[in-house]
Design a protein around this ligand. Structure first.
Ligand SMILES: Cc1cc2nc3c(=O)[nH]c(=O)nc-3n(C[C@H](O)[C@H](O)[C@H](O)COP(=O)(O)OP(=O)(O)OC[C@H]3O[C@@H](n4cnc5c(N)ncnc54)[C@H](O)[C@@H]3O)c2cc1C
Length: 333
């Protein structure tokens, strides 16, 4: 398995807590997700890239890109001075603020989540279960999570269009009894762009990961789609360097859309339904998901990377879910 050394644990089950106290528990027979040490994962990726011939330029940032018919010039800053590099095409993997996205003239993300996460030692949580907490008071516009990550509990949340800072919601969330006496050993925060655009290619610039807004709209997870997008991008770049045909780069759009783009669009439509639900309706919806047939379907076929792909099967089993947004739900069938 890829980057095995960065795996801290495996997840078999999920508990989703409604704002009114109802809990939907889903347990799979086998592992459904890996919990990783992200800095170590990134280090492994870095070494693999160097081993494959990449030449890193640490401390160097892209400031601007100009494209002419023949080549691409990239202006970079390193050690306080500016210089220019010339190349055939650019793969922009520069995260949520992406300079490459602007230079490719591609639109900004539809929604920008703001997230914060703390690693706690000594929390009283169950191994192999992820807990998700929904509700406008807990994490408006998204959710809060508790993930067992080796010897720590990874506790975090994202918000969107909220009245207060994520840190303030996290402070309130950490007052839960299972975190009493636990010690915060590290805190991270960041932003996650969601809602992919129609294209991730602008001239000779291709975007991957957060730069392309490829994180999953329902979970905010961007590592899987980022890595898969990078693999697809590399295939396309390979062909482009042989043929120098611009249409070769557009093939990247076809590949990522086929592989995970439809899932992202579908998941974004489901997110729009979620955003319109009151706490009471979230509770009602979770109770429908807990009905035996629906729960069984979710437990047997739920895929953390493709959660929206089950939407039509779930709706066929539980048509009363249509009460939450008949038009949008129709478009998912
Ligand atoms: C609190 C929180 C928790 C999360 N939890 C999870 C999770 O459990 N699972 C999951 O899958 N995802 C998670 N995510 C999302 C995930 O972190 C991102 O989707 C993922 O990191 C995107 O990877 P990326 O390489 O596209 O961008 P980034 O990881 O942001 O990397 C971008 C890189 O580009 C560099 N850069 C930026 N600008 C420039 C420039 N101008 N020139 C040169 N370099 C530049 C940056 O320094 C950085 O190294 C979480 C996000 C947050 C905020």
């Amino acid at each position: 398995m890829f980057a095995r050394a960065s795996v801290l644990g495996e997840v078999k089950g999920l508990r989703i807590h409604s704002p009114l106290g109802f809990t939907l528990e889903l347990e799979a027979r086998s592992s459904r997700a890996y919990v990783i040490d992200r800095p170590m994962f990134d280090r492994i990726m870095f070494h693999k890239a160097v081993d494959s011939g990449a030449i890193p330029q640490l401390g160097t940032s892209v400031r601007g890109i100009s494209q002419s018919s023949g080549a691409v010039r990239v202006q970079v800053r390193s050690g306080g001075s500016l210089r220019s590099l010339s190349c055939s095409c650019v793969i922009g993997a520069d995260g949520y603020k992406s300079v490459c996205r602007k230079e490719a003239k591609l639109p900004p993300p539809k929604h920008m989540l703001t997230g914060i996460q703390a690693d706690l030692k000594g929390a009283n949580i169950e191994k192999e279960f992820v807990e998700v907490y929904l509700g406008h008071a807990v994490a408006p516009g998204f959710f809060a999570w508790v993930i067992p990550a080796g010897d720590v509990a990874r506790v975090g949340l994202c918000t969107w269009d909220a009245n207060d800072l994520p840190a303030s919601y996290l402070r309130k969330f950490l007052a839960r009894p299972e975190f009493k006496g636990a010690r915060n050993v590290s805190t991270t925060s960041g932003r996650i762009p969601i809602g992919p655009g129609r294209s991730a290619v602008g001239g000779r610039i291709m975007l991957v990961g957060d730069a392309a807004c490829h994180a999953k709209p329902l979970s905010g997870g961007g590592v899987y789609t980022g890595v898969r997008g990078a693999e697809l991008c590399a295939e396309v770049a390979d062909v482009f360097l042989e043929t120098h045909s611009k249409s070769a780069l557009l093939e990247y759009d076809r590949l990522w859309k086929d592989e995970f783009g439809k899932e992202l669009s579908r998941a974004f439509r489901i997110r729009r339904i979620f955003l319109n639900l009151t706490d009471k309706k979230i509770d009602k919806a979770l109770r429908i998901f807990a009905e035996p047939d629906v729960r069984k379907l979710l437990e047997q076929h739920g895929d953390i990377d493709y959660p929206a792909s089950l939407a039509s099967s779930v709706l066929r089993l539980a048509p009363k879910l249509a009460q939450f947004s008949p038009q949008i739900i129709e478009s998912l069938l």
